[in-house]
Design a protein around this ligand. Structure first.
Ligand SMILES: [Zn+2]
Ligand SMILES: [Zn+2]
Length: 382
């Protein structure tokens, strides 16, 4: 099926205001209410996804501009490689405000893998949705491994009110204004024409039900959030951008459904001193001219501390030396890559007349220098 134009999907003109777009979205969300979804949840999800994607783009001034200029190509990168999914949807709050208090809605959409829990009385079970997190670790973690602790918020239906927001889940009444429909129809007769408008019920704000007494546990919003602390095991050799999967620590399942999984993406903090390429580590060091000329040993920083580096006499500027096994571990292996050190040579900025004479003599530049060899400049710079 060809992708439909976002404006067409929402049924709004290109000139639509932010408010028009929001209204259009709410109208569609009500139209494809889970009471409809119950019959054919797969088709309803497709529909919901289609107009939620359109809303995601058009409700955001920046994304909308890119879409207006470049079409779908302009917003492609805002979503994952598989295109729009519920993880990309940033207006879940709107949807929950609109429909979230309906237990039926929560059950049906928990099954869609939407990022909030389900609950209620309908037969399940539904698997909980996956949770994605990102952690930032120092580069050293890729050498030694790490055990960072992450906090995973689990938002689910309030156990005390079964997600209804009403005390004990029972202090509810069907809205008398709309008789549970959530919308009101007004018919106006103007001469021969009949004008029918359908609007959100002002009494229950489209929910169809009214809470008589709020649930004290969740304050009436039907959901509670608990935070789970999990210690992760990051293996040595982990790559920047790797994703660790922790089974069963996503959103809890509904009615015995298994929990979703937790996915943690590892971002390795870039280091000013080291640059990583595969299992090799690149660094730089500067040695005095005397060391480059005569040879010597210098200390260089490694990712775990310091190591001695032998500089042979006559070392040219920008020569690269290899420190064996000071790089990154090969994943799940015991061997390690190397550290490659680029050596810069520090050339003294000024020399005394005496030093100049000595150098002219030593390097054969021709002069009337004294005969005694004295590499005193070496002491100055090392
Ligand atoms: Zn109502
Ligand atoms: Zn509650």
């Amino acid at each position: 099926m060809a992708k439909r134009d976002y404006y067409e999907v929402l049924g709004v003109p290109k000139t639509a205001t932010e408010d028009d777009i929001r209204q259009a979205y709410r109208r569609l969300a009500r139209q494809y209410h889970p009471d409809v979804a119950k019959e054919n949840p797969k088709a309803a999800e497709e529909k919901f996804k289609e107009f939620s994607e359109a809303y995601e783009v058009l409700a955001d001034a920046d994304k909308r501009q890119k879409y207006d200029q470049l079409g779908f190509a302009g917003v492609e990168t805002d979503f994952g490689p598989g295109g729009f999914n519920w993880q990309n949807f940033t207006h879940m709050g709107d949807l929950e405000d609109l429909l979230g208090a309906s237990p039926l809605f929560q059950q049906v959409f928990a099954g869609f893998g939407m990022p909030f829990g389900g609950g209620g009385r309908m037969a399940g079970p539904y698997r909980g949705s996956d949770v994605e997190l990102t952690i930032r670790l120092p580069l050293l973690a890729a050498v030694q491994g790490a055990h960072p602790t992450v906090e995973v918020p689990h938002t689910g239906p309030c156990a005390d009110c079964h997600g209804t927001g009403a005390r004990n889940g029972t202090a509810l009444e069907t809205c008398s204004e709309c008789r549970g429909e959530g919308q009101v129809r007004r018919v106006q007769n103007r001469g021969y024409t009949q004008l029918i408008t359908i609007a959100e019920c002002p009494r229950c704000h489209g929910l169809g039900q009214r809470v008589l007494e709020k649930c004290p546990t969740c304050g009436g919003n039907g959901r509670t959030t608990t935070v789970e602390r999990i210690e992760l095991t990051v293996p040595p050799g982990v790559d920047d951008g790797s994703v660790l999967r922790v089974p069963g620590h996503g959103t809890v399942g509904v009615r015995g459904g298994r929990a979703g999984d937790l996915f943690v993406q590892v971002i390795l903090e870039p280091s000013a001193d080291f640059h990583r390429e595969g299992t090799d580590l690149f660094s730089e060091t500067t040695v005095p001219l005397s060391v480059a000329l005569l040879g010597g040993e210098v200390e260089v920083a490694t990712i775990e501390g310091r190591a001695a580096l032998k500089i042979p006499a006559g070392t040219q500027p920008e020569t690269q030396f290899r420190l064996r096994a000071k790089g990154f571990p090969r994943f799940r292996g015991s061997s390690r890559g190397d550290q490659i050190v680029t050596v810069h040579v520090e050339v003294p900025r000024s020399l005394s007349g005496h030093e100049k004479e000595l150098l002219r003599e030593a390097l054969g530049a021709g002069s009337s220098a004294p005969s005694k060899r004295d590499w005193s400049f070496r002491r100055r710079s090392s």
